[in-house]
Design a binder for this molecule. Structure first.
Ligand code: CA
Length: 239
């Protein structure tokens, strides 16, 4: 491994108005060999996200000028699928669900340990960099009118491209590559989210499944692809 080509440094954009927190995030991420860009309000964060094309964004929710939720929603609306981890001082389920619904990938509650932040950053960037965990052929027609191109990471329904977040894409390709196999939320948390722990976070799976259904299903209330096995979990249906 010693002659392995070093990976190019990844850029993390930190959007945080509390300078002491932004500084300590920068310090710890630079120790881990990330490049770090900082913004101290939502508008600056949005501008830098557009201009600098970061590999990941750490995004505070309570920000001057434009709150983190709005920054996230605007970027997703523009088709930007950069991994976004929300930072918040509040441990409110509503915030968490809202963040996930507008397309954030992850969520960290303050006060956080730097070890936790670095682990989450690494997990989210790794997932983004190596999305081809699913052993399915590129441009494989998966089922019905749904198709996944694992080269371009595009998903099509009836020939029309659908914009998915990285996490939604990962969840879909994972389930689709194991058709009709039921996975519990805990399984999915470990396999797709790559977390070595679970807990209340399994709610994250439900929210992501719901968002995914809204994008890929003709009738999200009566899904055809991602189905629920009551009391057991979720599976990708192939008849
Ligand atoms: Ca703040």
């Amino acid at each position: 491994m010693s002659n392995e080509k070093p990976e190019s440094q990844k850029l993390v954009l930190v959007v945080e108005d509390e300078k002491s927190i932004a500084d300590i995030l920068r310090f710890n991420l630079e120790l881990k060999n990330y490049r770090v860009s900082t913004a101290y309000d939502g508008e600056e964060g949005l501008a830098k996200a557009r201009a600098e094309n970061p590999d990941l964004i750490l995004l505070d929710i309570m920000l001057p000028k434009l709150i983190g939720f709005d920054v996230c929603e605007i970027l997703r609306g523009e088709g930007n699928n950069v991994p976004i981890i929300l930072l918040t001082a509040r441990e409110e389920e509503d915030d968490k669900v809202r963040g996930l619904e507008i397309g954030a990938d992850d969520y960290i509650t303050k006060p956080f340990s730097m070890r936790e932040v670095v682990a989450r950053v690494e997990a989210n960037i790794r997932r983004h960099a190596m999305p081809q965990r699913a052993a399915i052929d590129s441009a494989m027609a998966v089922s019905g009118d749904l198709a996944i191109n694992t080269d371009s990471h595009q998903v099509f329904r009836a020939g029309q491209a659908i914009s998915l977040t990285q996490r939604e894409y990962e969840l879909l390709t994972f389930l689709a590559s194991h058709p009709n196999k039921v996975y519990s939320r805990v399984d999915l948390m470990e396999q797709v989210w790559n977390y070595g722990y679970v807990g209340d976070d399994v709610r994250t799976v439900d929210v992501t499944v719901r968002r995914l259904r809204e994008k890929i299903e003709t009738d999200p209330a009566n899904p055809q692809y991602i189905l629920t096995r009551r009391g057991a979990g979720y599976y990708f249906a192939v008849s």
